[in-house]
Design a protein around this ligand. Structure first.
Ligand SMILES: Nc1ncnc2c1ncn2[C@@H]1O[C@H](COP(=O)(O)OP(=O)(O)O)[C@@H](O)[C@H]1O
Ligand code: SF4
Ligand SMILES: [Mg+2]
Length: 340
């Protein structure tokens, strides 16, 4: 695996003001807006939010895997300081899977049911790394061992493996082209609690062993505490709070983060899911003006529906909420607010 030092002291990954729109029935609608963050080698960052908040869109944009009806409308993604051509499908081809790879949810759908798993891991090694069939097969066996599957199980078909084993195969596939960044997009969502913990432990061990940058996408804040160093909370396509795991759990500042944490900590509910927050998250067509959380926010103020709060950076992390910023005249923020 590659552990090259970033050029010019640049971070492994830097996402700067990234915005992606989807074309739907002739209209372009913003799915993610002004997303910015950095990731260092060996660091694990969680991206947390309800369904539809834009987590997968963010991952796909970074990995160069956006669907055809998506367009990057602003911003840049840099890998070791070098800008990636994420808006150009053909130009992105050499970068795809070899720098950033994605482990998707639901391994059964992603694996080919008619091929043995060792072949499915060996194929990208032949195609992207130019290895011979024998060398690719040997590498696939090594990768299986690395993710805790005895090499001889490589002869199995996906349906012969348990859900946890299949997700391990997906992780081996994600590592096949020696990426420096792995994005786990809800990689444990379909698994039972014990297997979830095993897969998170495996990702953590691989991160340390291979010095990977890991982005763990989840709708479940409770998985974040042990697996990640830093957390980004996403709502309606924007990052609304970011900080260290310790700071976010000890003193969340954004009302949405506070509700997410309360929903985990409430033993009476017996339900750690995010859905315990009253109201529904908006879809692309119904995103509210100003702070998109305002219809559900217990602390809503007059300005909240009118103006998108700035992302304030402090020593303790970042937050985008008018409770934590100086209330600005509407004229100053209207350019941003007009996007909706
Ligand atoms: N290919 C697509 N075409 C149109 N809208 C999409 C497409 N993919 C996702 N969306 C919409 O974009 C928003 C963000 O989706 P997504 O990034 O998948 O969120 P998450 O991963 O947080 O659930 C959602 O409202 C979703 O319905
Ligand atoms: S900006 Fe307003 S509506 Fe949004 S989270 Fe802060 S207080 Fe609530
Ligand atoms: Mg998703």
């Amino acid at each position: 695996m590659t552990d090259l030092a970033p050029k010019n002291g640049a971070p492994l990954l830097s996402v700067d003001g990234l915005s992606v729109d989807y074309r739907l029935k002739g209209t372009s609608l913003p799915a993610i807006s002004d997303v910015s963050f950095e990731l260092k080698a060996g660091e694990a960052v969680a991206l947390v939010g309800e369904s539809g908040s834009g987590k997968t869109t963010t991952a796909m944009a970074i990995a160069g895997l956006l669907p055809p009806n998506a367009a990057v409308s602003a911003g840049a993604v840099r890998y070791r300081g070098e800008r990636l051509p994420i808006e150009d499908d053909a130009a992105m081809r050499p970068h795809r899977w070899s720098e950033t790879s994605v482990v998707f949810q639901g391994a059964m759908n992603a694996l080919n049911p008619v091929h043995r798993v060792v072949r499915q891991i060996a194929e990208p090694c032949m195609l992207k790394l130019g290895l011979s069939r024998d060398k690719a097969r040997a590498k696939a066996m090594e990768l299986l061992e690395l993710v805790g599957i005895p090499g001889d199980r490589g002869a199995a078909y996906p349906h012969e493996l348990s859900g946890g084993m299949r997700q391990r195969v997906m992780i081996a596939m994600a590592l096949s082209c020696n990426p420096s960044i792995v994005i786990g997009d809800e990689p444990t969502t379909a698994l039972d609690v014990i297997t979830q913990a095993q897969i998170l432990k495996l990702l953590g061990e691989l991160r340390v062993r291979l010095n990977l940058g890991l982005i763990l996408i989840t709708h479940d804040l409770s998985v974040v505490a042990e697996a990640c160093n830093r957390v980004m909370i996403m709502y309606a396509g924007r990052i609304v709070e970011e900080g260290s795991v310790a700071d976010i759990f000890a003193a969340p500042r954004h009302p949405y983060t506070q509700l997410l944490i309360a929903s985990i900590a409430d033993p009476a509910s017996g339900n750690r899911a995010i859905q315990s927050i009253p109201g529904d998250p908006p879809n692309l067509q119904t995103r509210p003006s100003g702070c998109a959380f305002h219809p559900r926010c217990p602390s809503v103020m007059d300005i909240c529906a009118a103006a998108i709060p700035d992302f304030e950076r402090t020593e303790r992390g970042c937050v985008a909420c008018h409770l934590h910023s100086h209330v600005q005249p509407l004229a100053k923020v209207s350019a941003h607010a007009r996007r909706y």
